[in-house]
Design a protein around this ligand. Structure first.
Ligand SMILES: [Fe+2]
Length: 199
């Protein structure tokens, strides 16, 4: 695990880009819902990164990391992922493995080094209540904090196996309640300013 406070900006080389396209198609073939969610999170994360005036190369790394963030879920049994009700504690323990599984999947080639923090740490929380390490605040790299906000907004406003989509305003209320607890308050502020004209 990397513990730096900011995402390291490494220029994407063509071999890495080719790997990224390949794994993107593999995710889509395995589970189109994970791929579609990842792509939407990538779009939101890119918008946040650019609004924070991050360099375009860094913003693109964050976008691709966001697209890949749930790649480990393709190793989680579908009967658990798609369960139309609350998970048992045993099932939740299985789901909680997906960030570490995702990292293990991607670190094999070495081409995905720039995205490993996002994949491994996207379920950490600002207040230390997340997993797998219980990191807090700036211990969570900036790119990860951006993806977390993009991820939760898309998760809330999308259909899940156990509920329909929440409205934009319901999602905004949840983001505001979790600002400074689950999520970085500055990233929440920037994201809400980007989507303030939605209904
Ligand atoms: Fe996840």
């Amino acid at each position: 695990m990397a513990g730096s406070a900011t995402l390291t900006a490494v220029p994407i080389t063509w071999p890495a880009a080719a790997h990224w396209e390949g794994i993107s198609h593999a995710i889509d073939a395995q589970d189109p819902h994970i791929a579609a969610h990842g792509n939407r999170v990538g779009d939101y994360a890119l918008a946040i990164a650019l609004a924070l005036s991050l360099p375009p190369e860094t913003a693109e790394i964050i976008r691709i990391g966001a697209c890949l963030h749930d790649v480990g879920k393709i190793a989680i049994p579908k009967i658990v992922l798609n369960k139309p009700g609350p998970l048992t504690s045993e099932e939740f323990q299985i789901v909680k493995l997906h960030p570490l599984i995702g990292r293990k999947m991607l670190e094999q080639t070495g081409a995905f080094a720039s995205f490993l923090d996002i994949v491994e740490l996207h379920h950490e929380c600002h207040d230390g209540s997340g997993y797998p390490y219980g990191l807090t605040n700036l211990e969570i790299p900036l790119g990860v904090r951006i993806v977390q906000v993009a991820d939760v907004y898309d998760a809330l406003t999308s259909t899940r196996p156990y509920r329909g989509p929440l409205s934009h305003l319901e999602a905004v209320e949840i983001l505001q309640r979790g600002s400074g607890l689950q999520w970085d308050p500055e990233i929440i502020r920037v994201f809400l300013s980007l989507v303030k004209n939605r209904v």
